[in-house]
Ligand binder design. Structure first.
Ligand code: RET
Length: 301
């Protein structure tokens, strides 16, 4: 059984690598406009979908033999969490953005490394954070020409290229040291060369593709799709086309409400924001916080 699971995982990784190489080829042949259309399509479909079942997941993880929670209560708490984040962005955008980047980094790292540590320690959580932040800062640094104005629009703070470079290098050294120690102690089950190679692939993608396409490839291919599969494993015991159909059946209403929410947010904030990506960031932040709590609980289970 575990051998079967391992084989599926390796197949998934290979498929993701093949898709990534294809996406890289695509970015060389097609212009920014085509990339942008495809990026928004993938982010708004698979990207949003992987968080669309959160309410159902919270409800099913909390509804055990001993505790009963009503669906309405879960929906109310979820909506409150989403609006609190939007309120934080309007009160103190810089604090909200720092918080969002930290939480996103942790979440990306947790998704990638969760199955790879044979011993559970508090250090693993630090590695999740450093890994995800390193990926994000690699993208911010390599695409600084677009990222600096976007962050300026969101927060009124103009980051410098030196800051982005320094943070990326510091995170890189921290990551090498912390993961290196874990590998030497024999606590990591994945192949270190494969992991280094993967970081190299992300570097090339972020450098070659546009900001949106680079983010889309990481967010959709390397984060949302594996996360969708984890969620299907949790909910239905396996991830197949059939369980994907079941997943779609429970998540499509939430997915649709999310899209309507994004359109509403654009209608409210569009005039004040030159970049649509800024509105997308508010939206992602609002749905990310509850999502990270749900997924951390699910990975623990
Ligand atoms: C700040 C910033 C970005 C960061 C986006 C992040 C951090 C997204 C995280 C999404 C998550 C964690 C979704 C849920 O699963 C972009 C778009 C790269 C563009 C440049 C500015």
């Amino acid at each position: 059984m575990s051998q079967q699971k391992g084989r599926n995982f390796i197949n998934l990784k290979n498929a993701m690598l093949v898709f990534t190489v294809f996406a890289l080829w695509f970015s060389v042949y097609f212009g920014e406009r085509v990339e942008a259309i495809l990026s928004y399509t993938l982010i708004l479909s698979f990207g949003i979908l992987h968080g669309a079942n959160d309410i159902h997941l919270i409800w099913s993880t909390y509804n055990t033999k001993n505790t009963q929670v009503s669906r309405n209560k879960v929906i109310t708490i979820y909506i409150l969490a989403v609006f609190s984040i939007l309120a934080l962005f309007s009160l103190s955008p810089f604090t909200a953005l720092i918080f969002f980047i930290l939480v996103s980094g942790y979440h990306f790292g947790e998704q990638h490394w969760e199955k790879s540590f044979s011993v559970k320690t508090i250090w693993n959580k630090g590695i999740y954070l450093v890994y995800g932040l390193f990926i994000l800062f690699m993208l911010f640094y390599l695409k600084h020409e677009q990222v600096i104005p976007i962050i300026d629009e969101l927060t009124g703070n103009r980051l410098t290229m030196d800051f982005l470079e320094g943070t990326m290098l510091t995170l890189g050294v921290l990551l090498l040291l912390s993961l290196g120690i874990q590998f030497l102690m024999g606590r990591v089950t994945s192949n270190p060369w494969e992991e280094l190679f993967l970081l190299g692939v992300f570097f090339v993608i972020f450098k070659t593709a546009s900001l949106l396409w680079g983010f889309c490839i990481y967010f959709v291919v390397w984060h949302s799709i594996p996360s969708l599969m984890d969620q299907m494993d949790y909910l239905y015991g396996r991830s197949t086309w059939e369980t994907f159909r079941n997943y779609l059946k429970t998540s499509w209403p939430y997915w649709l409400v999310s899209l309507v929410g994004l359109i509403g947010l654009y209608w409210l904030l569009g005039e004040n924001n030159e970049y649509f990506i800024s509105v997308l960031i508010y939206f992602l932040a609002a749905i990310t916080f509850p999502h990270v709590i749900v997924m951390s609980r699910l990975e623990k289970d």
